[in-house]
Design a protein around this ligand. Structure first.
Ligand code: PLP
Length: 398
């Protein structure tokens, strides 16, 4: 045996920042498992079970022996159903060949980046951003260029901010509306203004619309590819089944893109993972085909989220020193805690230690001075957690 130490691990392995949201969630769960009474606002997933008809379809597929490799880009029936749902829901004509079903929305985003970016290319990422975008961009050898939008701007970048960040190396813009972590939802006009810049500067756009159905106050989201032929030609729409249908563990994401881009993404997937789980895809098919049952489940979930959103917002804004935008999408609020003069990481660590409240620091999302709180948790936890947070903030002010 050689006495030399092993060579270092790769630059990819050494440079990756592990997901801080999953880390906080894991820490909160470990404390709970040890018997601590934790109020966790860290979850990035609905606290509802997957609707029964979706589970039943998956079980039936398993029993019927749908347990083998299937087409890399997804079973034909599901790709067709996804294409039809885009036509029916947003009026976008999509052929099944434009659809790629992947093992999770996260992987869908990674494929979209890998399909469009080469080493050295720059990618504009509005901040606060979902934690995985910059890391995925780096894994592709490309360079993340965050553009910050604060709470004063409703956490939305303006066309002039985008324009100022574009360089000759910019290849891709990533948009995520409704947003994780802020819950912000861009209007159609705002998206159109950003798309005008993307067209003028000849950028690809990855539009991560995974929270597309989780909106409140009667809002409707805009699918970016519907903003005209120029938009359609350059937009890669990422979405998936995790959030809308409470299927986070199923690992099913979707990409809709012009056929040559979808083909490239499927070819990348063919070497990186092969098909998404075969029998899970039959569950997803039931989610799209059994529309009434699916709509009823979604409506119930949305009503609960809306109630909790208001409860959490009212609680937060009643705490002296905390301000918070009442976001209209996803299941997150992103309160401003900068008045306490603590870094968001230290704030979260002390909050968890002292009051057993788990929140994710804004710094993880490229925005210092904020917390991300998920309201995908019970009214009871929200009420109790807010009281503890108020206590903690009071102690800082004292
Ligand atoms: C903005 C955003 N995009 C994509 C995903 C990926 O979801 P999944 O991989 O569970 O389908 C998430 C999950 O947290 C998300 O918040």
């Amino acid at each position: 045996m050689s006495s030399e130490p092993l060579p270092p691990l790769s630059t990819w392995a050494r440079n990756i920042a592990p997901s801080p949201t999953l880390a906080v969630d894991a820490k909160a769960k470990a404390l709970m498992a040890a018997g601590e009474d934790v109020c966790s606002f860290a979850a990035g997933e609905p606290d509802f079970d997957t609707p029964q008809h979706i589970k039943d379809a998956c079980i039936a597929a398993l029993q019927a022996g749908k347990t083998k490799y299937v087409a890399t880009a997804g079973i034909e029936e599901l790709r067709k159903a996804i294409a039809e749902s885009y036509a029916a829901n947003v009026g976008l004509g999509v052929a099944p060949a434009q659809v790629v079903v992947s093992p999770g929305g996260k992987f869908t985003c990674y494929l979209a980046i890998m399909a469009t970016c080469s080493p050295g290319d720059e990618v504009i990422i509005p901040a606060p951003y979902w934690v995985s975008y910059p890391e995925m961009v780096k894994l592709a050898g490309a360079v993340p260029r965050p553009v910050l939008a604060t709470d004063k701007a409703g956490f939305k970048i303006r066309p002039e901010d985008l324009e100022a960040a574009v360089t000759p190396r910019t290849r891709l813009l990533i948009l995520n509306s409704p947003s994780n972590p802020t819950g912000a939802v861009y209007t159609r006009a705002e998206l159109q203004a950003l798309m005008d810049v993307a067209v003028r500067k000849n950028l690809y756009v990855l539009s991560d619309e995974i929270y597309e159905k989780l909106v409140y106050d009667g809002l409707k989201t805009t699918c970016l590819a519907t903003l005209g032929p120029e938009a359609e030609a350059r937009t890669l729409v990422a979405s998936g089944f995790s959030k809308t249908y409470s299927m986070t563990g199923w690992r099913l994401g979707t990409l809709v893109a012009p056929a040559p881009i979808a083909k490239a993404a499927a070819e990348l997937q063919s070497q990186m993972s092969s098909n998404a789980t075969s029998f899970a895809q039959y569950g997803a098919l039931a989610a799209l085909r059994e529309k009434e049952k699916t709509a009823a489940s979604l409506e119930r979930m949305l009503a609960a989220f809306d109630r909790r959103r208001r409860l959490l917002h009212a609680g937060l804004t009643a705490i002296p020193g905390v301000s918070c935008v009442l976001a209209q999408g996803a299941f997150y609020l992103f309160p401003n805690i900068s008045s306490f003069g603590l870094g968001s990481m230290e704030f979260c660590e002390r909050l968890l230690e002292r009051e057993k409240v788990a929140a994710v620091p804004g710094s993880a999302f490229g925005a210092e001075g904020y917390l991300r709180l998920s309201y995908a948790t019970s009214d009871e936890i929200i009420t109790k957690g807010i009281a503890r947070l108020a206590n903690f903030c009071g102690s800082l002010k004292a």
